[in-house]
Design a protein around this ligand. Structure first.
Ligand code: PLP
Length: 387
């Protein structure tokens, strides 16, 4: 397209931002620049690319694309969501304080408790849905506030703008893991956050065939630092994975619409089912975060968790699924189901899981884009196995 895609609508940006035709041939798809280095025209001269750990045109195209979708300054792509999150954590140093939302992805919890802790960073875990608790947790030395909204797997919704406002009183950087919503439904930088985190492995790539992560910033200063860490620590996304992720993002809007309409039907089906004790999905009117989610996002996404009381009952349902596959991860076109207590959140100690409500009878669904009727049939036949 001609002109600046950043001035266009979401799906136009998804297809075109960072995707200018390749100058030599006009190739419409950004090529995979599978190279480790670039020849210099002469000593002291460069075409802007020196070594592929620092920059690669395929990765740059993806970074520009995601930055345009999140309305950010710049994007930085990493080898995984955790590589992006560990780069984010370089913002805190020994004796700094950081606030984390109590319920985060199990791998994020493990990184903070077992890696960051060795660097003497002081972490406070807070129920960020409780603004008074956030306010009480903030200190003069708080450098970072990190949250997920909605959380994995309890789907709790935090008021991002209100937390950003509170954090600004101590000049802390606010980072939001936006993996569950994708920029199609939620743009945390617009709500006052400074950094958006994604595991691109999930909805952004959307096809369960790549592991990756991105950070999108709201400032040159943060971007300069993250680009420096990309170059220095080297946890970068490969050109091939950048290509796959861009290819996935082009259909993000259409996929998210379908994911969500299926999820809405699944959540309502589970909600009225006599063998389901509770359903956690912000799209349900009675869910505590429903109103807030409606206010700060344009959708409710496709992640649902529900309770069937015991581990044995969860196992019966999970083993019986035919269309839903029993697997970790989420956000792909295929529907997945998992048992957070023993899978995605196994690295969170049992007492803490219990405090967060991640019980043995909790099942998490990532609702895909298959036919709605097949998904409801599958849930029905699996729940029928329960007494
Ligand atoms: N953030 C969230 C919300 C996740 O669910 C995950 C993985 O499941 C991650 C981050 C980590 O991403 P990755 O597996 O790409 O390292």
């Amino acid at each position: 397209m001609k002109g600046d895609p950043r001035k266009r609508g979401f799906s136009t940006r998804a297809v075109h931002a960072g995707q200018a035709p390749e100058p030599v041939t006009g190739a419409v798809a950004v090529p995979i620049f599978q190279t480790s280095t670039y020849v210099h025209p002469g000593l002291g001269e460069s075409k802007g690319f020196d070594y592929a750990r620092t920059t690669n045109p395929t990765r740059t195209a993806l970074e520009e694309n995601v930055a345009a979708l999140e309305g950010g300054h710049r994007g930085h792509a990493f080898a995984s969501g955790m590589a992006a999150i560990s780069t984010l954590m370089t913002l805190v140093h020994a004796d700094d304080h950081a606030v984390f939302s109590a319920n985060v992805y199990g791998g994020t919890y493990r990184f903070i408790e077992q890696v960051l802790d060795r660097y003497r960073v002081r972490a406070t875990w807070v129920d960020t849905t409780d603004l008074q608790a956030v306010q009480d947790a903030l200190q003069e030395s708080t450098k970072l506030v990190f949250l997920e909204s909605p959380t994995n797997p309890m789907m709790e919704v935090t008021d991002i703008a209100a937390v950003a406002e509170l954090a600004s009183t101590v000049s802390a950087t606010v980072a939001v893991d936006n993996t569950f919503m994708s920029p199609y439904f939620q743009q945390p930088l617009d709500l006052g956050a400074n950094v958006v985190v994604h595991s691109t492995t999930k909805f952004l790539n959307g096809h369960s065939d790549s592991i990756g992560g991105v950070l999108v910033t709201d400032s040159e200063e943060l971007s300069d630092w993250f680009a420096f860490v990309q170059k220095s620590a080297g946890g970068i996304l490969s050109p091939f994975d950048a290509f796959l992720t861009m290819r996935g993002i082009k259909t993000l809007g259409v996929r998210m619409e379908r994911h969500e309409s299926n999820a809405n039907a699944v959540a309502r089906y589970l909600d009225q089912h006599g063998k389901v004790a509770a359903v956690h999905y912000p799209g349900l009117e009675a869910f505590p975060g429903h109103g807030l989610q409606r206010q700060q996002s344009t959708g409710f996404g496709a992640m649902i968790s529900f309770e069937v009381e015991t581990f044995e009952r969860a196992k019966t349902v999970l083993d019986a699924f035919e269309v839903f596959s029993l697997a970790e991860s989420l956000g792909g076109v295929e529907s997945l189901a998992c048992h957070p207590g023993s899978m995605t959140h196994a690295s969170v100690p049992a007492e803490r899981r219990a405090e967060l409500g991640i019980g043995d009878g909790l099942v998490r669904l990532s609702v895909g884009i298959e036919d709605e009727a097949d998904l409801l049939d599958d849930l029905g036949q699996a729940l029928d196995r329960l007494d």
